[in-house]
Design a protein around this ligand. Structure first.
Ligand SMILES: Cc1cc2nc3c(=O)[nH]c(=O)nc-3n(C[C@H](O)[C@H](O)[C@H](O)COP(=O)(O)O)c2cc1C
Length: 309
C-alpha cells in the first residue's frame, strides 16, 4: 500500500475527524498555551480542559506529582466556568481548524444537561465529551460507575442538544463493558476511555498523603496496559466507536490501541513531557498503517487476533 493513499479520516458517530490523533482534556490547556510548540491545525481534534457551570478553583496543592512511568494529579477541575470559556477561549479554538470537542462536567444530572444545552449551536463546538469519570471531584464519578445514572444522563444530554456526544469512561469500575453498554443505550455517538486510575502517594516521614486532594488519578505510560485492556473490553461490548486514551506516547502505542479496537486516540500526559508527540505520531501514521496493508485507519480497528503473539 502506498503510504500517500492511506485514508486517515475517521468517524465517531455523527462526528467526522480528519485524522484519529486528538489531544486529551486537561493536558493541553485551552490550546493557546501550546501554539508555539505544536502545529495545532494538524490535530484530528482538541479537547480543552473540562468546563463546569461555575468557575472552580480546584484542589489544594500538591496537585501533580511525578511517579515512576507516570504522574499523579488531583487538579479538581480548576477552570473558569462555561461563560468565560465561551467568551474567551472558544473564539480562539474555533479558528484553529481541528474539531473542538468540549469536555463538560456537571455537579449533578441537571447541570450536565444545562451545559449541553448552553453549548448547542455555538460556532466552533464540534462535539461534547461528557466527563463522567473525573476522580478528583466529589460525587463526580457516579455517572461513570452506575449504569442507570449513566444511561439516563447521556440520554438527557442527547435530548438537550444536537451535538455528537462522547461519553468519557473511568477504569475504576468492576465492569467496563457494563458501563460502556449503558452509555451506548443512552445514545452516545462514541465512548472515550480511560480517564485516570484512582491512586495515591504517601509521604511516610510526614505521615500524610502527597496530594492535596488525598487521592488522585494516575496517568502516563504506567497506565497504558490498563487502558488497552479497557478499550478492548469496551470495543467488544458496543457497536459505537471507541476512543483510546491512556499512556499513549508513540506511533507504536497508537497502533496498539487501533488494533485493540480504538477508532481514534487522545494523547494526554505526553503533552507535558514531549509536546511534539502528536505531530511525530501523525507523520509516522500512514507508514505504520501501510505496514499492515491498510488503506484506511478503519481497516486496522479491532483487528486483534485471539491467539497471543
Ligand atoms: C494534569 C491532568 C489533568 C487532567 N484533567 C482532565 C480534565 O479536566 N478532564 C478530563 O476528562 N480528563 C482529564 N485528565 C485525564 C486525561 O484527559 C486522560 O484521560 C488521562 O490522563 C489518561 O491519559 P494519559 O495517560 O495519556 O495522560 C487529566 C489528566 C492529567 C494528567
Amino acid at each position: 500500500m502506498n503510504r500517500q493513499s492511506v485514508e486517515l479520516q475517521v468517524r465517531l458517530g455523527r462526528l467526522t475527524l480528519d485524522n484519529p490523533v486528538l489531544v486529551a482534556s486537561g493536558t493541553f490547556g485551552y490550546a493557546r498555551e501550546m501554539e508555539s510548540l505544536v502545529d495545532l491545525s494538524r490535530l484530528g481534534g482538541i479537547l480543552p480542559k473540562t468546563i463546569t457551570q461555575e468557575p472552580r478553583a480546584g484542589n489544594a496543592p500538591w496537585r501533580t506529582i511525578e511517579t515512576s512511568a507516570g504522574m499523579l494529579n488531583s487538579i479538581g477541575l480548576d477552570n473558569d466556568g462555561i461563560e468565560a470559556f465561551i467568551a474567551h477561549h472558544l473564539p480562539y479554538l474555533a479558528d484553529l481548524g481541528p474539531a473542538i470537542v468540549v469536555s463538560v462536567a456537571g455537579r449533578d444530572h441537571d447541570e450536565f444537561v444545562r451545559l449541553a444545552a448552553r453549548l448547542d449551536g455555538l460556532e466552533g463546538v464540534a462535539a461534547l465529551e461528557l466527563n463522567i469519570s473525573c476522580p478528583n471531584v466529589s460525587g463526580g464519578v457516579d455517572f461513570g460507575t452506575d449504569p442507570q445514572m449513566c444511561e439516563r444522563l447521556v440520554a438527557a444530554c442527547r435530548g438537550a442538544c444536537e451535538l455528537p456526544i462522547i461519553a468519557k469512561l473511568t477504569p475504576n469500575v468492576t465492569s467496563v463493558a457494563q458501563i460502556a453498554r449503558a452509555a451506548e443505550a443512552g445514545g452516545a455517538d462514541a465512548l472515550s476511555l480511560i480517564n485516570t486510575v484512582l491512586a495515591m502517594g504517601v509521604d511516610w516521614r510526614r505521615q500524610r498523603p502527597l496530594l492535596g486532594g488525598g487521592m488522585g488519578g494516575l496517568s502516563g505510560p504506567a497506565i497504558k496496559p490498563i487502558a488497552l485492556r479497557a478499550v478492548f473490553q469496551a470495543a467488544r461490548a458496543v457497536d459505537i466507536p471507541v476512543v483510546g486514551i491512556g499512556g499513549i506516547a508513540s506511533i507504536d502505542d497508537v497502533m496498539e490501541f487501533l488494533v485493540a479496537g480504538a477508532t481514534a486516540v487522545q494523547l494526554g500526559t505526553v503533552n507535558f513531557y514531549k509536546p511534539t508527540a502528536s505531530i511525530e505520531i501523525l507523520d509516522a501514521l500512514p507508514a505504520a498503517l501501510a505496514e499492515l496493508g491498510a488503506a484506511s485507519v478503519a481497516d486496522v480497528v479491532g483487528t486483534l487476533k485471539s491467539e497471543p503473539a
